[in-house]
Design a protein around this ligand. Structure first.
Ligand SMILES: Cc1cc2nc3c(=O)[nH]c(=O)nc-3n(C[C@H](O)[C@H](O)[C@H](O)COP(=O)(O)OP(=O)(O)OC[C@H]3O[C@@H](n4cnc5c(N)ncnc54)[C@H](O)[C@@H]3O)c2cc1C
Length: 373
């Protein structure tokens, strides 16, 4: 298949949660949008995550980035309603806040210090540390282990079914005129007269403007402009516990009940390249932690384990940037792309069309790594 630049006005590479959120945001701007997505062995974060819309643990040392999560969380309820309407699909959501359980006094006080710092940098903070008895009142159907001292509580957090969200975006894209092609992009070639040629598994495609939203694959796709994009694989491994009655009206970080009733356990961060093997000793330690929090889980069956590679910029902060020497190419890489999906849809379209970044994201370009973007 060979097509002309006119036929593909803007191409977005990557149909994970970042790519679909960006494509949907661009859809009503009178431009022809084509989304390319090809299955790869490792770029599956959008299909392996927990679906938390999480604000309270990112990041006291990066105030703008912390604020971005809160902003996106505020935009979510209206977006999820719209996506449901446009796609005709139900998206299970729970916007009732979130909890981080603490084991022991030391962990409780270091979490309290962290929340204090977050409160100072954000000035306004919709949450607080709560005692064990307050935690028990929030989750009365769970009997906590004796070491649980309390929790951090934040009312801005929530959870969404991540696969339902992805599916709803994809169906909605077909309804708002975005073309989606299933194909793997092998290489991006800048053209002498302007524009870009994408060499794909199904032949070359050309476009004037390109958005790289292919997760870890952005490293390879952007290497015509940046030989070593500062984005790395951060491996997570999780356990899935059999279906239980619904007992978690507010999601907990690290041990989270899904909308289907199963419980996902896991919080590890490992830097082991693109290795996606599940390591029994690693998931066992996560399981042991979860049983200390919620002992009844120890009597339940494990039904699955899996791993996923988070897309982690070197300094943990999102990257929204043009590529050096290529104003026609925008790159998006974030490690919390579910949380940030509403921001990506609602507030990034102008930037993708050549405008300015929203104020909060202005310092999130590749300039901070020494690249001229
Ligand atoms: C265990 C785990 C739990 C997590 N929990 C949460 C959470 O609770 N909340 C949260 O906000 N985030 C969470 N995350 C992080 C979140 O999943 C990622 O930030 C998000 O999935 C990144 O999305 P993405 O679209 O940028 O990249 P990806 O999910 O990697 O998607 C990239 C897409 O691009 C496609 N692609 C790749 N290469 C090519 C190519 N050459 N040509 C065409 N297509 C290509 C891939 O097939 C894929 O569809 C979690 C991650 C893990 C691993």
């Amino acid at each position: 298949m060979s097509t002309t630049a006119r036929e593909h006005d803007i191409i977005i590479v990557g149909g994970g949660i970042s790519g679909v959120a960006l494509a949907y945001g661009l859809a009503d701007r009178g431009r022809q949008i084509t989304l390319l997505d090809g299955p790869t062995a490792t770029d599956k974060a959008s299909r392996t995550n927990v679906g938390l819309i999480w604000c309270q643990s990112k990041f006291a040392h990066l105030p703008d980035y912390a604020s971005l999560a809160f902003l996106s969380a505020r935009l979510f309820p209206e977006l999820s309603r719209e996506l449901s309407e446009v796609s005709g699909l139900e998206i299970p959501v729970n916007y009732r806040g979130g909890l981080i359980p603490c084991l022991g006094e030391e962990e409780y006080s270091s979490r309290a210090d962290y929340i204090d710092r977050l409160r100072q940098v954000l000035e306004e903070y919709p949450g607080e540390m709560i005692s064990r008895s307050q935690l028990e009142r929030k989750l009365p159907a769970i009997t906590f282990g004796p070491e649980v001292t309390g929790a951090a509580w934040c009312e801005a957090d929530g959870i969404i079914d991540p696969l339902a969200l992805l599916r709803a975006y994809k169906v909605a894209l077909t309804r708002v005129g975005v073309t989606t092609l299933k194909t793997l992009v092998h290489q991006v070639e800048p053209l002498a007269g302007g524009g870009y040629r994408l060499h794909t598994a199904t032949g070359p495609l050309e476009c004037q403007q390109l958005v790289l939203a292919a997760g870890l694959a952005n490293r390879r796709l952007a290497n015509f402009a940046i030989p070593d994009l500062p984005v790395h694989a951060d491996k997570g491994q999780v356990l899935l516990v059999e279906r239980l009655p619904q007992v978690m009206p507010i999601p907990m970080l690290g041990v989270t009940q899904t909308f289907g009733g199963t419980v996902i356990i896991g919080f590890r961060h490992e830097y082991v390249g693109h290795d996606t093997q599940v390591v029994p000793s690693a998931v066992a330690s996560e399981g042991q932690w979860a049983i200390r929090v919620w002992p009844a889980l120890g009597k339940r069956r494990l039904i699955r384990t899996w791993s996923g590679l988070r897309v982690m910029p070197k300094d943990s902060q999102a990257i929204y940037s043009r590529l050096p020497g290529h104003p026609g190419v925008t790159l998006v890489n974030t490690h919390s792309a579910v949380t940030l999906a509403a921001f990506h849809t609602r507030l990034l379209a102008d930037y993708l069309l050549g405008g300015e970044l929203p104020e909060l994201a202005r310092k999130m370009t590749l300039n901070r790594f020494g690249f001229a973007s």
